[in-house]
Design a protein around this ligand. Structure first.
Ligand code: C2E
Ligand code: MG
Ligand code: MG
Ligand code: MG
Length: 280
């Protein structure tokens, strides 16, 4: 009986493996086509000053406008793009498009506007990453100071010795750096101290149960206090309710992002929102 069970589960496992491999190959082939046929699109989610409730910047978030499946969320294809290395050309496209659109927005608004772009570990480790970045800024005319790059805490943990000099180069170019999903990666405070960062983006898992959850209240207010005294800009992600907004601004957090203010929007909708926001 045990033997039967063993054989069945073995067969199930191989079948499943084949399926997984096949799906992976399909998604890779489709991603390559998507790049060639321009099926990616950037959505923009406003970054809000919690004091004035005005838009001070935006985060660019990639979407895959799939011919059959419709709008696909990055959670469903970034892992495959990372594994296949396609994140490198995709990441270049994201960076270039975001810088170009941010420059357009600055011209239209006649004021400063900051854009945040997510970077994957693979991109950061590309030998020509800095060259790519410089070319992108030169070609779009966006000032380095208007670009913030977001790297997750777990990316920073993988290969700290190589990552830190890379981040220092980025800072020397004049770009800002944010640690994304902060609080989920077990990094120590002594490690944090060595990183040349400007901002912390507190992961939304800590915000979800605010203001009711006592532990989350303690954790978020502690992170905010620590970030403020280390002179990091602190951004809280995933603000969905008025109560969360009140709690966060009450504990000294200056910036937030979340569905309460706006969902990520297609570029034209985002620009319309930005104009309306500037005029009231
Ligand atoms: P992230 O960088 O932490 O981005 C924030 C995610 O939280 C976005 O999901 C956003 O839609 C979502 N979000 C924002 N406010 C709220 C809220 O109030 N409630 C809830 N429940 N969710 C909220 P999205 O767009 O699905 O992106 C998921 C992740 O995919 C991003 O997490 C980022 O890690 C990655 N990603 C997106 N675009 C890129 C990209 O161009 N390059 C790379 N390497 N990764 C990307
Ligand atoms: Mg991010
Ligand atoms: Mg984030
Ligand atoms: Mg996150």
């Amino acid at each position: 009986q045990a033997k039967d069970k063993g054989r069945n589960s073995f067969q199930f496992y191989t079948a499943d493996m084949n399926l997984a491999v096949e799906q992976r190959l399909t998604i890779e082939r489709e991603l390559r086509q998507a790049l060639r046929f321009g099926q990616f699109e950037l959505y923009y989610q406003p970054l809000i000053d919690l004091g004035t409730e005005k838009i001070v910047g935006a985060e660019a978030l990639v979407r895959w406008n799939h011919p059959v499946h419709g709008m696909v969320s990055p959670a469903d294809f970034i892992p495959a793009a990372e594994e296949s290395g396609l994140i490198v050309p995709l990441g270049k496209w994201v960076l270039k498009t975001a810088c170009y659109q941010a420059k357009g927005i600055q011209k239209a608004l006649a004021r400063d506007f900051k854009i945040s772009v997510n970077l994957s570990a693979r991109q950061l480790n590309e030998p020509d990453f800095i060259t790519t970045l410089e070319r992108c800024l030169r070609e779009t005319g966006l000032a380095a100071a208007s670009l913030e790059l977001e790297v997750t805490e777990s990316t920073l943990m993988v290969d700290a010795e190589n990552v830190i000099p890379r981040l220092e180069q980025l800072r020397q170019k004049g770009c800002s750096l944010a640690i994304d999903d902060f609080g989920t990666g077990y990094s120590s405070l002594s490690y944090l101290k060595r990183l040349p960062i400007n901002s912390l983006k507190v992961d939304r898992s800590f915000v979800k149960d605010l203001p009711e959850d006592e532990e989350d209240r303690a954790i978020t207010s502690l992170i905010v206090a620590m970030a403020n005294s280390l002179h990091y800009k602190v951004v809280v992600e995933g603000v969905e309710t008025k109560e969360q907004h009140e709690f966060l601004s009450g504990c000294g957090c200056h910036y937030g992002q979340g569905f309460l203010y706006s969902r990520p929007l297609p570029a034209d909708h985002f620009i319309a929102l930005l104009f309306a926001d500037d005029n009231d």
